[in-house]
Design a protein. Structure first.
Length: 94
């Protein structure tokens, strides 16, 4: 099975998701399920990056530059977060 997390995989926001930034955090609402989600500043930054279709590699490079994190940790945490967003139908693969 091929991993969805290859450098060229493009992720984008689901258009229906409603969101607002609160300080350095973000609140998301999936109107199809009525579920709210709250994410920290890293999650908010990823959401900002996903304002346009963005490759997995672009996400990792941007996150490493912004938060000064090692590549392996960045990839592990980003995969977990993107998987959660996909599972909750907040983002999709373009």
């Amino acid at each position: 099975m091929t991993s969805i997390f290859n450098p060229d995989t493009i992720f984008q926001r689901q258009k229906e998701v409603v969101f607002t930034f609160l300080d350095h955090e973000i609140m998301l609402l999936n109107p199809q399920t009525g579920q709210y989600y709250s994410f920290n500043k890293v999650g908010a930054y990823i959401w900002e990056l996903l304002a346009k279709p963005t490759s997995y590699n672009e996400l990792i490079v941007s996150l490493q530059a912004k938060f000064d994190v090692e590549k392996e940790k960045c990839e592990t945490d980003t995969k977990k977060f993107l998987t959660l967003l996909l599972d909750k139908h907040l983002i999709e693969i373009a």
